[in-house]
Design a protein around this ligand. Structure first.
Ligand code: SAM
Length: 278
């Protein structure tokens, strides 16, 4: 009989957020696959867990997943943990889950902390529908393109961001998404936890004025239709001019044409025809 793969959430800053079940599972499995074994050892020491660890991180994920899948076939029980929060959420885990399913192992989630959920529920923004978009790209052009892609989504947007990029990302968000209500949740569950709320431009100004440290989740109100690029489009702008503008903001030609077509209420083929005829 194939074994069991446990996906075990660990705290995102406060050890008291470890669940009883997580401790029990980590004590009982044959091996713990950890993103950073030295980091996880501190957690294991605190909870007096003596299970053996193997490393499992983004650089050895596929190769290690094959070895772990072989163990599952032989009936082993394996727990996956990341440095903080829930494995598989902007952390390794997904590929191993896929392999575990393929070899017929049981997959058991052990729920607990996940940074974006804590940020979303404390933000004060609508939680009926949430769009988790992971990390924004570090490069400006790619970041702006990604923001264009999510700009029309009506669900509350939740993003992970590095502290040294938060001011720039907030400014890009304000420009591309419109000046929506937002929240910067910093150092959640830790001593210096901070939940800053305001419009994107207010938050951009505030976070550009100080050197930001710590871990950050950015929560942004979803599109209400009023902030689509259409409303920021200069009146009288032609379709070709708008395509050029979108390209200069980082979209590739295809994406720029698609977006401009949507804004002008045209089909893609009609927009393409107009572009060729200009
Ligand atoms: N697997 C994790 C989870 O379940 O949330 C996320 C891992 S991802 C590599 C790390 C990012 O999560 C950080 O850069 C930050 O954006 C966010 N994060 C993690 N802990 C946080 C905390 N205590 N406060 C705010 N954001 C946090």
């Amino acid at each position: 009989m194939p074994g069991t793969l446990y996906l075990v959430a660990t705290p995102i800053g406060n050890l008291q957020d470890m669940t009883f079940r997580a401790v029990e599972v980590l004590r009982s499995v044959d091996v713990i696959a950890a993103e950073d074994t030295r980091h996880t050892q501190k957690l294991l020491n605190y909870f007096r867990i003596f299970t053996r660890q193997v490393s499992f991180h983004e650089h050895n994920e596929k190769e290690r997943a094959e070895q772990l899948a072989d163990k599952l076939v032989l009936g082993a029980s394996i727990a996956v943990v990341s440095d903080a929060g829930t494995p598989g959420i902007s952390d390794p885990g997904h590929y191993l889950v896929k392999r575990a399913i393929e070899v017929g192992a049981k997959v058991v989630p052990i729920p607990g902390a996940v940074a974006f959920v804590s940020a979303a529920i404390a933000s004060g923004l609508d939680t009926k529908e949430i769009h988790y978009a992971g990390f924004l790209p570090a490069k400006k052009g790619e970041r702006r393109k990604r923001l264009e892609e999510v700009s029309d989504i009506p669900a509350t947007l939740v993003l992970y961001e590095a502290p040294h990029r938060i001011a720039k990302s907030l400014a890009d968000c304000a420009e591309i998404l419109g000046d929506r209500p937002a929240c910067v949740a910093r150092e959640l569950t830790k001593l210096h936890e901070e939940i800053a709320r305001g419009s994107l431009s207010e938050l951009a100004e505030r976070f550009s004025a100080e050197k930001t440290k710590g871990e950050i989740v950015l929560v942004v109100a979803g599109s209400d239709g009023r902030h689509s690029a259409l409303s920021s489009q200069p009146s009288g702008a032609s379709l070709p001019a708008r395509v050029t503008q979108l390209e200069s903001e980082g979209l590739d030609h295809k994406a720029a044409l698609k977006k401009a077509a949507k804004e002008f209420g045209l089909s893609k083929s009609e927009a393409y025809r107009q572009l060729l005829n200009c």
